[in-house]
Design a protein around this ligand. Structure first.
Ligand SMILES: [Zn+2]
Length: 462
């Protein structure tokens, strides 16, 4: 191990100076950012999958269903706006309470998402006074328009489903004995999936996936094919049929909500906030290696434990953790982005918006990542904790990064980030002390299937 100065307090970090290309504010905050990104990178190298997150559930039984419906509707609206594959169009939606009516706020990178949300809200506002036939037609119209907007995504899912089906056919072996009726069930299930993949019309394809009736058989097949094998093509079939069924499932949910809670959509306004574009992360990368990072992570009175910790880390994986850490941390191609849900959270908080029916929920098209989850947890606004996949993304940027010239924002950011940093350090200690094996990174989205019906081990793959 090379010798480098001990760091713990912010004072000790004065040895750092950020590259001059950054603003004065960013340079001033480089120390804080290094204290955040160094442990975050180490955690990502150790185990990027932090397991499912906690969700705040309403405690009062009379309001529980109402609030859960509202939360799901906000997530569903955001999901319909997220029209491209990957993180490009992740969208967040929250609703503000105003005397003239509710106002929906959308955060996304693309204007097309906003145009779609405005159109969907107009359709939903009319549903409250419609008869059954009109409701059915409205559901189909919203699904059709949403699928047209997301046609590239739908095609990509269909392609992935076909690939999974081909792989299943290629390798028909199972880990356990199969009874004759199980074999028949599996063949029927394969036949149904094959029929789905042969549908060329995207609307009909999505409708068929929504009506797919072999979920129970799929669970059984996943059991025979070793539940631990989360990358199994059967798990992919599960995932992509579920994803393709989401367009109709979410539209049906929204239309039902519009019938049950018409005042959520009547006279509703809509506003758009553009998510900041990707950018370099303003941290100091020089003189950073695993040993120096560990010294900054540990308090002054625990510095003597650094060599032992370093040794434990070098011994923990088949690959070199010090090398992986340095390589990832100094990667100049790594770009960072602010995530939509925390961006909207701060917009509501600093503008002192009153959420509709005082439900402090920020909807999002995807479950939250590890850093967003922690940001919600340590935020002073007491917003509801969102569903989370809790994957560690080292390109996560704090939502107030560009506003740290303002003393209030700076203090607010510092308070939250200090708590997040302390949490990450505890997480790393636990990871090392318990010598946790490396887990496969979980999917950052869900299949939209009711996971309550599914055994927990199967639910982890969707
Ligand atoms: Zn996030």
């Amino acid at each position: 191990m090379s010798s480098s100065p001990s760091h713990d307090d912010a004072d000790n970090l004065s040895a750092f100076s950020a590259p001059t290309a950054y603003t004065a504010t960013e340079r001033a905050n480089a120390k804080l950012l290094n204290r955040f990104y160094e442990p975050l990178h180490l955690l990502a190298v150790l185990n990027a999958d932090r397991g499912p997150g906690e969700v705040d559930l309403p405690s009062a039984p009379q309001s529980r269903e109402f609030r859960l419906t509202l939360r799901r509707s906000l997530d569903d609206l955001a999901w319909l706006c997220d029209h491209r594959h990957g993180g490009e169009t992740v969208s967040a939606v929250a609703v503000q309470d105003l005397p003239e009516g509710p106002k929906f706020w959308l955060v996304s990178k693309h204007e097309a998402s906003f145009e779609h949300l405005k159109w969907v809200l107009r359709e939903l506002s009319a549903v409250g006074h419609s008869n059954d036939e009109e409701v059915k037609l409205a559901t189909r119209r919203i699904a059709e328009q949403s699928i047209t907007l997301s046609k590239d995504k739908v095609r990509r899912y269909k392609k992935a489903l076909k690939l999974a089906l081909a792989k299943v056919k290629e390798n028909q072996t199972t880990s356990g004995p199969m009874r004759a009726e199980q074999f028949v069930d599996r063949e029927y299930c394969l036949h149904e999936v094959e029929a789905i993949t042969s549908i060329t019309d995207l609307l009909e394809l999505c409708q068929a996936c929504k009506n797919f009736n072999c979920w129970r058989t799929l669970i059984e097949v996943l059991r025979w094919n070793n539940l631990q094998e989360t990358r199994s093509p059967w798990a992919s079939i599960w995932h992509f049929v579920g994803r393709l069924g989401c367009w109709f499932a979410k539209c049906e949910n929204l239309v039902l909500t519009a019938q049950q809670l018409p005042r959520l959509f009547e006279n509703a306004g809509c506003e758009f906030l553009v998510l900041p574009t990707e950018r370099n992360i303003p941290v100091n990368k020089s003189n950073v290696n695993l040993e120096s990072a560990l010294k900054r992570m540990l308090p002054v009175n625990q510095q003597s434990g650094v060599p032992k910790l370093y040794e434990q880390l070098t011994d923990m994986r088949l690959f070199s953790i010090p090398d992986a850490f340095s390589e990832n941390f100094t990667n100049d191609r790594l770009m960072g982005r602010v995530h939509a849900e925390v961006f909207l959270l701060e917009h509501f908080y600093f503008n002192e918006f009153r959420p509709w029916v005082r439900e402090k929920y920020i909807g999002c098209s995807k479950p939250s990542c590890y850093c967003c989850s922690l940001y919600f947890r340590f935020h002073p606004g007491n917003f509801v904790l969102r569903p989370a996949h809790n994957n560690v993304y080292v390109g996560w940027i704090p939502p107030l990064m560009t506003r740290l010239d303002e003393p209030r924002e700076r203090k607010h950011n510092l308070d939250i980030m200090n708590q997040i940093n302390a949490y990450i350090r505890r997480d790393i200690r636990e990871e090392i002390e318990m010598r946790m094996p490396r887990r496969g990174k979980g999917a950052d989205s869900t299949s939209g299937i009711d996971t309550l019906l599914i055994p927990s081990a199967v639910a982890t793959v969707i």
